[in-house]
Design a protein around this ligand. Sequence first.
Ligand code: GUN
Length: 297
Amino acid sequence: MTSIIDGEAVAADIRDDLQGAVDDLADAGARPTLATVLMSEDPASETYVSMKQRDCEELGIGTRDVELDADAPASDLLEVVDDLNADPDVNGILVQSPVPDHVDYRDVVEAIDPEKDVDAFHPENVGRLVAGYPRYKPCTPHGIQKLLAAEGVDPEGMDATVVGRSRIVGRPMANLLSLKEDGGNATVTLCHSRTENLAEKTRSADILVVAADVPGLVDGDMVGEGAVVVDVGINRVDADTEKGYELVGDVDFESAKEKASAITPVPGGVGPMTRAMLLWNTTKAASRQHGVDVTLP
Ligand code: GUN
């Protein structure tokens, strides 16, 4: 029987476990607070940001909601970041990407105080992760680590193949899985658009993480017998539905399910974990900044 990994349930457990830490911090006068910054009229980005705000509110994490016109100068966004950096009541800053073309997202990320960088995108935090002493772990790969642990999968000694080398998912996922620490110690292959014989590399994986943003890239023929398959893709494809589209992953679920021992669905797999780990990082940020120790799940 293939196990369908329930990301909603694991994320709910993490949120429950985080609640105690958030309450302890609030009691100590150190309530975690996340600032989201949106500079986009893209409905998907607007939805993501409002979901992140709602997640915080449900746990009693404070929020700041900053919105800028998409045609405002880049300097306006950098000023907002400076103000949030200087605000002692704000522990985490998330600037939703993508930002408009006239803004260089790298400049924005580098402007964020690394202590408040709950996305873990700042080069200092990326560097610490690669060096093996992460401050914050990026939310999606960290969430996948937690999902594997909840499924009873210890990557130690396993062959893990990651498909996709993005800054947000693929590259940090490969780094995390190869770290010499719990949830790591795997032998990692990082594949991308120039990889030759992709199917050979995916088929030999005990753990297969697909984050390529290509709908249905990996089908059952590319999955090894008994592999654990994690599908990070969320692609809108045209469909005869009320909305005119449906969400599909990078993995062809039906055929991959026949080979996998466990597999994440889309939606309901990785997505909820990404959101839960943002709450986790925000709580950790408040703990660090206020010097109040709490136990994190
Ligand atoms: N856009 C898509 N995913 C993310 C994310 O994890 N963080 C931010 N800041 N923007 C995103």
